[in-house]
Write a protein that binds this ligand. Structure first.
Ligand SMILES: Nc1nc2c(c(=O)[nH]1)N[C@H]1C(S)=C(S)[C@@H](COP(=O)(O)O)O[C@H]1N2
Ligand SMILES: [Mo]
Length: 555
């Protein structure tokens, strides 16, 4: 008899916590699903995971963020969201178990998460106002109710020892839920004392309903931005008044393993903080130009841009988070309007001619800010408000409808995507997003070179091995590339034809490879005569430096 008792007791103890955990997870799932559905009525960015993720991105220490960009690349966002979901799942599970004893507190805990999500949504720089709090709050409310009800089904009612006060507490009534012991009393010692079947059915129904709501929300969110998609599909890029000269024959070497001279849009690197890619409708898009020294502020529409003289240029874009040998560089043929002309029409005068503003702060629809030297934009280089990339409208991921591109500057100080505002100011009076996080105010691209082939740890056959890659020093141009085998002398590589000094340049070096392990190292010299420095620096604050090496074994 004693043994029997023990038996049922342990079995009850084992099942009820599981039911609590399941209740928590189902409640969390319901909360997120409802939040997703509500966010479809507000805007996708107002969803709790996106809002908290966005806040997390903004508050992540620079070192960690840079590490994530370098290691996960564009997947950094997926990793972050999976991380948030895992943490939420753990908390939901814990809240479910807590709710077994403290039913109201458990439910209140769910509400607390809703408040956190709402606060994150409201604090986003692109917040659309109080409505952004709704997805988190409504979701959490539903989640709390689900948790309360599901846990209620696990409360032993009466049981064998009918009349035992602890087991009979009506947990639906006031006071019953929050008191320890109410639900967990010895009342069910001789059996679960609650209807497991009913619980399983209710939990499954809640999960299924949530899945439905979540899927509906997903679908609606996916369809949001349809106007933007339509505006992009309708867009036919006008012929540029100043087309880019044809890429010189011989600028793109046909060598296996080398990066193509022009990077296709779908393989162009992407770096930004946007968890949801902004879908901006070109038809309603506007760009405001204003600020210090802007005597004629203007607001332009997309049609205003299309009516201007369009220029087409090949420009290589590089990310400051690119490590030596890394892949965050891409070369595209951009179409856009000259930013300098536009600024001049607005009355902007560069600092060298006495203008009061030395910093141009570009702001995107998602609240990102990037600061560019006014002098650089107006010194005659092809600084663009770009609308086209490699012959098509900008992809959404690369800033549709309009982004900035400035040859010679890292993306974080120049290449604002989804731009909607340009403010002229000074470096002294305003620090944009990345600068607030420890990156440099001014960041011209450092001269770099990369070995694309052979790949690290490749095992080429002895004989002639083609070593090849790209080198860049945007707006200065590449003058020379040299390759060194092990500790041997620097030997000049063959340079491919130069497209422009704003683009990278391919190079190749036929290497008479002898058997054994070898280290290949490359370095470039730009047209100012400066040799790429050997000194290794990290990406923060103004870009990595050092030489790229590849170790291979020749068979
Ligand atoms: N709105 C917005 N623009 C942005 C960023 C961003 O996070 N948000 N990142 C910048 C950085 S750091 C780089 S390197 C380039 C990358 O442009 P791409 O994604 O088109 O390659 O965009 C820049 N423009
Ligand atoms: Mo970047």
């Amino acid at each position: 008899m004693t043994d029997d008792k023990k038996e049922t007791r342990t079995s009850r103890d084992r099942v009820r916590p599981v039911a609590g955990a399941v209740s928590g997870v189902v409640a969390g799932f319901a909360a997120l699903a409802v939040a997703e559905l509500v966010s479809a009525a507000v805007r996708p960015q107002a969803g709790p995971v996106i809002a908290v993720g966005g806040a997390a991105i903004d508050h992540t220490p620079t070192a960690v963020k840079d590490w994530a960009i370098r290691n996960f690349g564009t997947n950094d966002k997926l990793v972050l969201q999976l991380g948030i979901l895992s943490v939420l799942a753990l908390f939901a599970l814990a809240l479910g178990i807590v709710a077994l004893r403290f039913r109201r507190s458990g439910a209140a805990g769910v509400l607390l998460f809703g408040v956190v999500g709402a606060a994150a949504a409201l604090s986003r720089p692109d917040s659309g106002g109080w409505a952004d709090a709704l997805p988190s709050l409504v979701g959490a409310f539903v989640g709390a109710v689900v948790l309360y009800l599901l846990v209620g089904l696990t409360v032993p009612r009466g049981g064998v020892r009918a009349g035992a006060p602890a087991g009979t507490g009506d947990t639906d009534g006031p006071g019953g839920a929050d008191g320890p012991g109410g639900a967990d009393g010895p009342g069910g010692a001789d059996g679960p004392g609650w209807d497991r079947r009913r619980f399983v059915i209710a939990a499954s129904a809640a999960a299924a309903a949530s899945a439905g709501a979540g899927a509906l929300g997903r679908g609606l969110n996916g369809a949001s931005g349809r106007d933007a998609v339509a505006s992009r599909n309708r867009l036919v890029l006008p012929k540029p008044a100043s087309p880019a000269p044809a890429v010189p024959r011989g600028a793109g070497l046909r060598l296996p393993g080398i990066s193509p001279f022009l990077t296709p849009n779908d393989s162009f690197y992407r770096v930004d903080t946007a968890l949801v890619v902004p879908k901006v409708n070109a038809t309603t898009w506007e760009l405001r130009i204003h600020g210090t020294g802007v005597s004629r502020p203007r607001t332009l529409t997309f049609d205003d841009l299309l009516r201007r003289e369009l220029i087409e240029r090949d420009i290589t874009l590089t990310c400051v988070s690119n490590e030596v040998g890394g892949s965050y560089a891409g070369n595209a043929r951009w179409i856009g309007v000259r930013l300098a002309d536009l600024l001049a029409e607005c009355g902007v005068v560069p600092p060298s001619k006495g203008g009061p503003a030395d910093q141009l702060v570009a702001r995107s629809v998602d609240g990102m800010t990037l600061g560019t030297p006014v002098e650089d934009v107006m010194d005659g280089r092809d600084a663009l408000l770009a609308i086209g990339m490699n012959g098509e409208p900008l992809p959404f991921t690369h800033g549709f409808p309009v982004r900035m591109v400035v040859p010679g500057l890292y993306g974080f100080v120049s290449a604002c995507k989804w731009i909607e505002d340009i403010e002229l100011t000074t470096f002294d009076s305003y620090d944009p997003y990345w600068v607030k996080r420890g990156w440099a105010r001014r960041a011209p691209v450092k001269t770099q070179s990369r070995i694309d082939t052979p790949k690290p740890f490749a095992r080429p056959k002895a004989g002639t091995v083609m070593v090849a890659g790209v080198a860049w020093a945007q707006h200065r141009g590449i003058d020379k590339v040299e390759v060194r085998v092990d500790d041997g002398p620097w030997q000049e590589a063959r340079l491919a034809a130069e497209d422009s000094r704003d683009t990278w340049r391919q190079w190749s070096f036929p290497w008479e490879a002898g058997k054994g392990g070898h280290t290949l190292t490359v370095r470039a010299t730009d047209r100012t005569g400066r040799v790429q420095t050997e000194k290794r620096t990290r990406t923060v604050p103004d870009g990595a430096s050092g030489w790229h090496s590849v170790v291979v074994t020749v068979d």
